[in-house]
Design a protein around this ligand. Structure first.
Ligand SMILES: *Cc1c(COP(=O)(O)O)cnc(C)c1O
Length: 453
C-alpha cells in the first residue's frame, strides 16, 4: 500500500533527521518527562491541561520525541497545526533568516513587506473571484473576534449566529460562540451578548438532508433573531472540536444563499480545516461555497502563531483606520513562516498527500467499522478523519470507550486526539509529512486498543 514513493517521501517529510519510528524505551511518562510534568503541576495552573503525558524535545516527519528518548507516532499535529510537518526545513530557514533581520517593529507603526505578501497570498488562495483584503492576528480566536467586529461594522447590525457543536475559541466573545460548556465555558461567564445558536446539520444523528437541515436553521434564525438584526453567521465548514461533523450536501450552500439574500455576512471559520488539511486548500471548496469572510490560523505558519481574516474588500474596509490590529498581529517571524508554509502547500504536493492519507485512514477505519459496531460513523475529508464511538444497541455516544481507546493508544506511543460534544469521537489529523508505514502502524495500535477495550 506504499502510496508514497521514496523521492516524494523525502521531499515532503522534512523536519529534523529523526528516525521515523515508534519506539518506547520507558513506560509513559518516563522518569525525565515525569520530573518535568511534576514541575508543570507546581508552576502552571491546572486549567492548562495536557493529554499526552510526555515532555517533547523534538518532532518532525511523523514523530514526536520525548525527554526520555521515546519516539511517538503523531496523529494529531498539535491540533492540525503542523500540517507541513514539524520543524520543516523551509520554515526553519525562513524563521532563522527573519529572526536575524528584525523580530518586530509593529505593523501598525512601521509596516513590512512579508505581512503584505501573506495578505496577497491569502487573497489569491481563498475562494471567490472578487477583490479581497486580509488582516493578520495571533490566534484563531482573535481572528474570529475580528471577523465579527468587521461584520458588525459593515452591516450596522449586532446579532451573530453560531451553530450547535461549534467551536470558535476561548476568549470571551468566542466562548459565547462556542457550543460546549465543559471544558470551554463552564464557570467563565457572563458571555458576550447578541450571540444566538442555530441547529447544525449532523447527518449521523439527525438523518436530515442538507436542504432540510438548512431550512430548520433558517427558520430558527428568522423567528428567534430576525434577518434584519443579524450581522453574521459563523460556521466551520467541517466542525473540528465538535466532532468532525461534515454537514449534509446542500446545507452550507443554502445557508450561504440565505445570507446573501438577507445582507448577512457569511463567515467560514476555517481555522482547523484550512490549508490543505482536507485535501483542498480550504474546506469551503468541497461544498462549493464562497464565504464573505474566512478566518484561518492553525496550519497557516507551520507552528508559528499567526491568524488571518480574509474576505470581500468592501466588507474588510468597513472599519475606520486604527479599528483593527494589535501589537503582535502579523509578526514578521510568523509571516516569514507562513510564506514558507504557503510555498510548501502550493509546490510540494501536500494537498495530494492529504488525499492519500485520507484514503488510508478511511479505508482502515471503515474496515474496522464493518467488524465492530461500536464504531458508529467514519467521516471527514482528506487528512481530517474521525471515528464516532457508540453503544451499538442504542447509538448513544460512548465517551468512556473513546477515552479508553485514546488512552491505550497514547500509552503505546501513538498520539491521538478525541473531540465531539459528547466526547465520543477520535480524530485523526496527522502531519502530511508522515510516511505510510508509520500511519498504518499508528492505526494498528488504535485497532488493538479498540479490540482490547
Ligand atoms: C482552534 C480553533 C479556534 C481557536 O483558535 P486558537 O488559535 O486556539 O485561538 C477557532 N476556530 C476553530 C474552528 C478552531 O479549530
Amino acid at each position: 500500500m506504499a502510496l508514497l514513493d521514496a523521492e516524494t517521501e523525502h521531499r515532503i517529510q522534512g523536519g529534523p533527521e529523526l528516525p521515523q519510528q515508534r519506539r518506547l524505551v520507558t513506560d509513559l511518562p518516563g522518569p525525565r518527562s515525569a520530573a518535568i510534568l511534576a514541575r508543570k503541576a507546581d508552576a502552571v495552573p491546572a486549567g492548562v491541561g495536557h493529554t499526552v503525558p510526555v515532555a517533547a524535545v523534538a518532532a518532525g516527519g511523523g514523530v514526536v520525541v520525548d525527554a526520555d528518548g521515546n519516539s511517538l507516532i503523531d496523529l494529531g499535529s498539535g491540533i492540525a497545526v503542523t500540517t507541513v510537518g514539524n520543524a520543516h526545513p523551509k520554515i526553519v530557514a525562513a524563521v532563522a533568516a527573519q529572526a536575524a533581520q528584525f523580530t518586530h517593529t509593529c505593523f501598525m507603526i512601521s509596516p513590512y513587506e512579508s505581512y503584505i505578501e501573506v495578505a496577497e497570498a491569502l487573497n489569491r488562495l481563498t475562494p471567490g473571484e472578487f477583490a479581497k483584503k486580509t488582516a493578520l492576528f495571533n490566534s484563531g480566536a482573535e481572528a474570529v473576534e475580528n471577523a465579527i467586529k468587521i461584520a458588525r461594522k459593515h452591516t450596522g447590525r449586532s446579532a451573530v449566529v453560531a451553530f450547535d457543536h461549534g467551536y470558535h475559541g476561548r476568549t470571551n466573545l468566542t466562548m459565547a460562540l462556542t457550543a460546549k460548556s465543559m471544558p470551554y465555558k463552564s464557570g467563565f461567564g457572563p458571555f458576550a451578548p447578541e450571540v444566538y445558536r442555530a441547529p447544525m446539520s449532523y447527518p449521523f444523528r439527525d438523518g436530515l438532508t442538507g436542504p432540510d437541515a438548512a431550512a430548520r436553521a433558517i427558520s430558527q434564525m428568522e423567528k428567534q433573531v430576525g434577518a434584519n438584526n443579524l450581522a453574521a453567521i459563523v460556521i466551520e465548514p467541517i466542525q473540528g472540536e465538535g466532532g468532525f461533523i461534515v454537514p449534509a450536501d446542500g446545507f452550507l450552500p443554502a445557508l450561504a444563499d440565505w445570507c446573501r439574500a438577507n445582507g448577512v455576512v457569511f463567515i467560514a471559520d476555517e481555522v482547523q480545516t484550512g490549508f490543505a488539511r482536507t485535501g483542498h486548500m480550504f474546506a469551503s471548496e468541497i461544498f462549493g461555497i464562497v464565504p464573505d469572510l474566512i478566518t484561518t490560523a492553525k496550519g497557516i505558519a507551520g507552528g508559528l502563531p499567526l491568524a488571518a481574516v480574509t474576505g470581500r474588500a468592501e466588507i474588510m474596509d468597513a472599519s475606520h483606520a486604527g479599528g483593527l490590529g494589535g501589537t503582535y498581529g502579523g509578526n514578521p517571524i510568523a509571516c516569514a513562516a507562513a510564506l514558507a508554509a504557503i510555498d510548501v502547500f502550493e509546490n510540494d504536493g501536500v494537498i495530494e498527500r492529504a488525499e492519500q492519507i485520507g484514503s488510508i485512514l478511511t479505508e482502515r477505519l471503515s474496515a474496522m467499522q464493518s467488524q465492530d459496531p461500536r464504531i458508529g460513523d467514519v467521516r471527514g475529508h482528506g487528512a481530517m478523519i474521525a471515528a464516532e464511538f457508540v453503544d451499538p444497541e442504542t447509538n448513544a455516544p460512548d465517551a468512556a470507550l473513546t477515552a479508553a481507546v485514546a488512552k491505550a493508544a497514547i500509552a503505546q506511543g501513538v498520539i491521538v486526539l478525541t473531540c465531539g460534544t459528547y466526547g465520543n469521537v477520535i480524530r485523526f489529523l496527522p502531519p502530511l509529512s508522515i510516511g505510510d508505514d508509520l500511519l498504518v502502524e499508528g492505526l494498528d495500535v488504535v485497532a488493538e486498543a479498540l479490540a482490547a477495550a
